[in-house]
Design a protein. Structure first.
Length: 77
């Protein structure tokens, strides 16, 4: 294995799932459920730290971020 972890679709996986797991909203108005005028807000310290940790892991080649799921499957499996 070239790296310890590989992930595709980072925006959805790394922001939305991380935030849901930790009870952090990603938008105003009850995460968008209470109106179409909700505003995205996912720059909370916890989310920023998570992305910074991913960036560091990628720089150290412990993580490989791939932009399409097919590429993850082809390169990792």
């Amino acid at each position: 294995m070239k790296c310890g972890y590989a992930s595709g679709w980072q925006g959805w996986i790394q922001i939305e799932n991380f935030s849901a797991w930790h009870g952090l909203p990603v938008a105003t108005k009850n995460n968008g459920f209470d109106g179409t005028d909700a505003v995205l807000e996912f720059n909370k310290p916890e989310q920023v730290k998570h992305i910074a940790l991913l960036a560091r892991a990628e720089q150290e080649r412990r993580l490989q971020l791939l932009w399409a799921q097919r590429r993850v499957n082809r390169e990792v499996l």
